[in-house]
Design a protein around this ligand. Structure first.
Ligand code: NAD
Length: 420
């Protein structure tokens, strides 16, 4: 796979689609120029004492792309591939995503260049707390609200709440989302992104006139998004024939038992699918090219490129990951007649329930899981239908339609607020 390949730049991919949407909308270039670049970029070098006594310096970022619609919102990624362009692209995608699902947030993203799998819990805690101190003037329940992304989860969010609360001298639950339930988290948040991927898949199959029970699916990535997407799509009656993670791909024509795979990863010392029993071991690249109805890339960016797009056989691609398709591959997929539900729509279920978590924190009143799921499903379905209709209205694919809908909204708010 091409993960982390310097050949593709997610920021360039974002900008190409952005520019195309500006042209479709005939948007005033002066406003487009404001939204093309982030509002704020903060970089910090964070020294951390490692368990062996050595001090290691970590490169860390927080990019606020826009706060025109409300406080900026976006996850924090721990990965060796983190770089400024990637964080900028991810921050902009958050702006478009929040606009698409109609939540009152702008977009941001954070990242630390590190390999969390090779670090101890103590090292991760010191790094996360130091990052919070470095970003204390950026973060805030009314300013900028982080959440988990690749390589981070509930524990990191708990450390951020604790450190930020200490700095402010009061409990500040609403400063991050994706927290453990006992620490002000929301029921349904862990499953929310995968659930939105499932709702997008269900909506798209219905538009295509395909029955879930006649469809099969391959899912790349088996972390939070991939595993929950696979589980919920399987519950719809779709046969999951392949899953994968960093250890490679696992194919079974009779269908993968997704619950068994989730339990396998939870109990494995490597926290991966390594050694998971299946009919045939395949590579991540082979998984993408399987002859399936639905392909869900849910690992990382730049996986579907001009090099492999011609070989994709899926009828429907639902992007669980952010930026899994490069801009150059879009046209190839269009020409092949593949329906692509773009990342900024398909994986927006996560930020939707993050918003619900923030609302519950501020109300001090907590919802049932049934209520969270019902509202999130409704938001995702409405967003899907809106983008699908915009795609017909503008005569463009769903990705460009999603950018158009988002840009139209954010630029309208920008014009109303003025302040240039
Ligand atoms: P995660 O860390 O929980 O899981 C990532 C998965 O990808 C793991 O299974 C890992 O083994 C696999 N992976 C990593 N490198 C790989 C490689 N080179 N080849 C194949 N597989 C590889 O992360 P996540 O939270 O599931 O995020 C996955 C994607 O979804 C990212 O693009 C993220 O930005 C996006 N996303 C996440 C959320 C969320 O709520 N967690 C929301 C929206 C979008």
């Amino acid at each position: 796979m091409n993960g982390g390949s310097p050949r593709y730049n997610p920021l360039e991919s974002m900008n190409r689609r952005f520019d195309a949407a500006v042209e479709v909308l005939g948007l005033d270039h002066q406003f487009a120029n404001v939204l093309r670049v982030p509002d704020k970029v903060v970089m910090a070098n964070i020294p951390v004492t490692m368990d062996n006594g050595n001090i290691k310096v970590f490169e860390a970022y927080r990019v606020v792309h826009s706060d025109h619609l409300g406080p900026s919102k976006g996850g924090i990624r721990y990965s060796m591939d983190v770089n400024l362009d990637e964080v900028k692209a991810l921050a902009a995608w958050m702006t478009w995503k929040c606009a698409i699902v109609n939540i009152p947030y702008g977009g941001a993203k954070g990242g630390i260049k590190c390999d969390p799998r090779s670090m101890s819990k103590g090292e991760l805690e010191r790094l996360t707390r130091a990052y919070t101190v470095a970003m204390k003037d950026v973060f805030g329940p009314e300013q900028d609200i982080p959440a988990p992304d690749m390589g981070t989860g509930q524990q990191e969010m708990a450390w951020i709440v604790d450190e930020y609360s200490k700095i402010k001298g009061q409990n500040a639950w609403a400063v991050v989302t994706g927290k453990p339930i006992v620490l002000g988290g929301s029921l349904g948040r862990v499953e929310a992104t995968g659930r939105g991927v499932m709702v997008s898949t269900r909506s798209a199959l219905a538009k295509m006139g395909l029955k879930p029970t006649d469809a099969n699916c391959a899912v790349q990535g088996f972390g939070n998004v991939g595993s929950i997407s696979a589980k919920l799509i399987a519950q719809m009656g779709v046969k999951i024939v392949a899953i994968s993670d960093i250890s490679g791909g696992y194919f079974d024509s009779k269908g993968i038992d997704v619950d068994a795979a989730i339990a396998y990863v939870a109990n494995s010392s490597s926290r991966s699918l390594e050694g998971f029993p299946c009919e045939r071991k395949i590579s991540n690249g082979e998984l993408l090219e399987l002859d399936v109805t639905v392909l869900v890339p849910a690992a990382m960016e730049d996986q579907i490129t001009p090099e492999n797009a011609h070989n994709i056989k899926a009828k429907l691609i639902v992007e669980g990951a952010n930026g899994p398709t490069t801009a150059e591959a879009d046209k190839i997929l269009d020409d092949k007649g593949i329906l692509v539900v773009p990342d900024i729509l398909a994986n927006a279920g996560g930020v939707t329930v993050s918003y619900f978590e923030w609302v519950q924190n501020r109300l001090g009143y907590y919802w049932t899981e049934e209520r969270v799921n019902r509202r999130a499903d409704r938001a995702m379905k409405m967003a899907f239908d809106n983008i699908y209709n915009a795609s017909s209205k503008y005569g463009v694919n769903m990705r460009l339609a999603a950018y158009c809908v988002a840009l139209e909204k954010v630029s309208a708010v920008l014009k109303l607020r003025g302040s240039f």
